[in-house]
Design a protein around this ligand. Structure first.
Ligand code: LHQ
Length: 273
C-alpha cells in the first residue's frame, strides 16, 4: 500500500511513487459497472485531479477480468410493456467518468488484466495508453444484447482501427485477442501474463517522473488533432510549445542533456514558484 488509501466500496485506490492506481473491485462479476461504481470512479478521479503529487493514473481490474461492462443484473424487472431509459446510465453514470478521464491533466494508462467487454472495453480505450495481458480480450459485446456501442466506442474505434474493423468488431461482437488488438493499433502493447502488471506499474512510475506538463500538452494536442485541420493543428503546436518552453522542466531537460546526466523533472506547469 502507498502513501494514501481511500476507502470506496467497489473500487480500490492507492497512491504511491506519483502513481494513482484505481482498481475496479467486483471480481465475482468480472468488475461489471454499477451506478455506485461509476459514482465512486468519478469521485476518485476528482481526488486524483486535485492531488498535485499524482503524475500518472493507472486503471486496472481485480481478479481475472478487467470489466464486463454494465452490470446486467443491477436493475429490478419492470412491469409489462415498460422500458428503462438507458441514456440515463450514460449521461449520469458513464459520461462523468469519461469526461473526467479526458480532462485529467496527467497521462492515463489502462492495464487490461483480462476480459474487457462492452462499456468495459471502451472505458479502457479512453485511456491514453492501453496495455493488455496476453490472455485478455476486447469484446464490443453490445450487439449481442441489442444495444449500440457506447462510452466513446463509435468515436474511438474508427479512428484507431479504421472503419472496416470498427464495423466488424461492433456488428459481429466477436472477441479480439490482446495480440490482435496490438497488431491492429487499437492498444499500445500486449504483454506476457506473468510480467504484465509489473511492466504496467514500471511504465506508470516512469511517466510519473516525466515532464508532466509537457506530456499533458502532448496528449491534449493529439486529442485535438482528431477534429482539427492541418493549419489549426500547426497553430496549436506553436501555442503548446510556447507553454512547454515556459516550464522549468524544459530548462532542466536541456541542462541535463548538456551535462550528460538524467533530468530531474518537477512536472510543474511554469517557472513560477
Ligand atoms: C456479469 C456480467 C455483467 C453482471 C459477467 N453483468 N454479471 C451502458 C448503458 C446502459 C445500459 C446498458 O449497457 C451499457 C453498456 C454495456 O456495457 S452493455 C454490455 C454489458 N455487458 C455484457 O453484455 C457482457 C456480459 N458478459 C459476458 O458476455 C461474459 O461474462 C464475458 C464474455 C464478459 C466473460 O465470459 P466468461 O469468462 O465466460 O465469464 P462468465 O460469463 O462466467 O462471468 C463470470 C461471472 O460474472 C458470472 O457470474 P456467476 O455468478 O454466474 O459466476 C457472470 O454472470 C458475471 N458477469 N458479466 N455484465
Amino acid at each position: 500500500m502507498g502513501d494514501y488509501f481511500m476507502a470506496y466500496k467497489t473500487i480500490l485506490m492507492d497512491v504511491s511513487n506519483g502513481v494513482a492506481t484505481l482498481t475496479l473491485n467486483r471480481p465475482e462479476k468480472l468488475n461489471a459497472c454499477t451506478m455506485e461504481m461509476l459514482g465512486e470512479l468519478a469521485s476518485a478521479l476528482d481526488e486524483i485531479a486535485a492531488n498535485s503529487d499524482v503524475r500518472t493514473l493507472l486503471l486496472t481490474g481485480a481478479g481475472r477480468g478487467f470489466c464486463a461492462g454494465q452490470d446486467l443484473g443491477a436493475r429490478a424487472p419492470l412491469p409489462e410493456g415498460e422500458r428503462y431509459d438507458l441514456s440515463d446510465n450514460l449521461l449520469n453514470g458513464y459520461h462523468p467518468v469519461l469526461e473526467r478521464l479526458e480532462k485529467l491533466d496527467i497521462p492515463t494508462i489502462c492495464a487490461v488484466n483480462g476480459v474487457a467487454a462492452g462499456a468495459g472495453a471502451n472505458i479502457a480505450l479512453a485511456c491514453d495508453i492501453v496495455v493488455a495481458s496476453e490472455s485478455a480480450k476486447f469484446i464490443q459485446v453490445f450487439s449481442k444484447i441489442g444495444l449500440v456501442p457506447d462510452c466513446g466506442g463509435t468515436y474511438n474505434l474508427p479512428r484507431s482501427v479504421g472503419m472496416a474493423r470498427a464495423k466488424g468488431l461492433t456488428l459481429l461482437g466477436e472477441a479480439l485477442s490482446a495480440s490482435d488488438a496490438e497488431n491492429w493499433g487499437m492498444i499500445w502493447k500486449c504483454l506476457p501474463d506473468d510480467s504484465f502488471m509489473a511492466a504496467a506499474v514500471s511504465m506508470a512510475e516512469k511517466l510519473a517522473t516525466g515532464p508532466t506538463w509537457g506530456l499533458t500538452l502532448t496528449k491534449r494536442a493529439l486529442n485535438a488533432s482528431l477534429g482539427n485541420d492541418y493549419h489549426t493543428q500547426l497553430a496549436l503546436e506553436a501555442e503548446s510549445q510556447k507553454q512547454a518552453g515556459e516550464s522549468d522542466d524544459y530548462m532542466e531537460g536541456v541542462a541535463a542533456f548538456m551535462e550528460k546526466r538524467s533530468p530531474v523533472f518537477t512536472g510543474k506547469k511554469t517557472n513560477k514558484k
